[in-house]
Design a protein around this ligand. Structure first.
Ligand SMILES: Cc1cc2nc3c(=O)[nH]c(=O)nc-3n(C[C@H](O)[C@H](O)[C@H](O)COP(=O)(O)OP(=O)(O)OC[C@H]3O[C@@H](n4cnc5c(N)ncnc54)[C@H](O)[C@@H]3O)c2cc1C
Length: 240
C-alpha cells in the first residue's frame, strides 16, 4: 500500500538519532518489526535529460510504534553524508512524506520459547515496536525476555525502555565509549557478543533470538550462534 503522511511530531533522542510521528491519509496495518519504504518529494534521482522522470529516492525504515496507535513512529539515525536520513532530519511538523509497505519478515514468532532481543544504535527501532507490543498487549510475559541494547554513550528511548522493562523484562545496557553508568540499570562496558550472553547467564539456546543493527554486529552474532548449533529458525535479524 502507498500513502501520504503528515509529520505530527519530531524530536531528537540523542545527538544523531531522531524520532518522528506521522499521521497517514489511510488506515495502515503493520506488525511490530516490519518496515516501510519512505520518500520525500524533491529528494529524487537526478535525470538531467528528462526532469519529469526523476524518480523519488526511497529508503527502508522500520516502525517503532504499534498498530493500534493513531500514528506511525519512525526512529532514524542521521547520516551526515546520507541522502534520505539527512532530508528526514530536516522535517518540520506539517511536512509530508510518502510511504509504501509494510514489508519484512522480522516479526515476533508465535511459539512458546523465551525471547532474547539484541540491538545496537538505531537498530532499537523494530525492537521498540516489539517491546511496546509485548508489554501493551501482555503477550509472552510468562516467558523469560531479555533485552540487551548497545550504544556508544547516549541511549535512544532510555526512559521508556526502562519503564517498559520494569519487573517484566531483563534489561541490560551496553556502552562502548564511556565507562560510567548513565542509568541505575545493569550496564556492561563491552560490545555485545556471544560471550556477553554467556557471561550474563542468558540461556539463548532455547530462545527465539531477534537482533537488529549494522552488518558487522549481526554477522558476528549470527556466526557465533551457528557455531553453537542454534537452529536457523530461532535466529531472526534485520540488517541496517
Ligand atoms: C529493512 C531496513 C530497515 C531499516 N530501518 C532503519 C531505521 O529504522 N532507522 C534507521 O536509521 N535506518 C534504517 N535503515 C537504514 C536506512 O534504510 C538507510 O540505509 C540509512 O538511513 C542511510 O540512508 P541515507 O539515504 O541517509 O544514506 P545514503 O545516501 O544511502 O548513504 C549511506 C552512507 O553512505 C555514505 N555515502 C553516501 N554517498 C557517498 C559517497 N559518494 N562516497 C562515500 N560515502 C558515501 C554516507 O556517508 C552514508 O553514511 C534500515 C535499512 C533496512 C534495510
Amino acid at each position: 500500500m502507498k500513502t501520504t503522511c503528515k509529520v505530527i511530531s519530531f524530536e531528537y533522542q540523542t545527538s544523531d538519532i531522531f524520532v518522528f510521528k506521522v499521521k497517514c491519509n489511510e488506515n495502515v496495518e503493520y506488525k511490530p518489526g516490519q518496515f516501510f519504504m519512505l520518500s520525500i518529494s524533491g529528494i529524487t534521482y537526478d535525470n538531467k535529460l528528462k526532469k519529469d522522470l526523476c524518480m523519488p529516492i526511497k529508503r527502508a525504515y522500520s516502525v517503532s510504534s504499534i498498530r493500534n496507535e493513531k500514528y506511525i513512529e519512525f526512529c532514524v539515525k542521521k547520516e551526515n553524508e546520507g541522502t534520505v536520513s539527512l532530508a528526514l532530519s530536516k522535517l518540520k511538523i506539517g511536512d509530508t512524506i510518502n510511504i509504501t509497505g509494510p514489508y519484512g519478515k522480522f516479526v515476533l514468532k508465535e511459539n512458546k520459547k523465551d525471547i532474547v532481543l539484541l540491538a545496537i544504535g538505531s537498530g532499537i527501532t523494530p525492537i521498540m515496536s516489539m517491546l511496546r507490543s509485548i508489554v501493551k498487549n501482555k503477550i509472552y510475559l510468562n516467558k523469560k525476555i531479555t533485552l540487551i541494547y548497545g550504544n556508544k554513550e547516549e541511549i535512544t528511548y532510555k526512559d521508556e525502555i526502562i519503564k517498559l522493562c520494569k519487573d517484566k523484562i531483563n534489561l541490560i545496557f551496553s556502552l562502548t565509549k564511556i565507562n560510567k553508568k548513565v542509568t541505575n540499570c545493569q550496564t556492561i562496558f563491552n560490545r555485545i557478543t556471544i560471550s556477553t550472553l554467556e557471561d550474563l547467564n542468558i540461556d539463548y539456546t532455547n530462545s527465539n533470538i531477534y537482533m537488529c543493527g549494522k552488518l558487522e554486529f549481526i554477522k558476528n552474532l549470527k556466526d557465533s550462534f551457528k557455531e553453537k548449533g542454534i537452529s536457523k529458525e530461532n535466529i531472526n535479524f534485520e540488517i541496517y
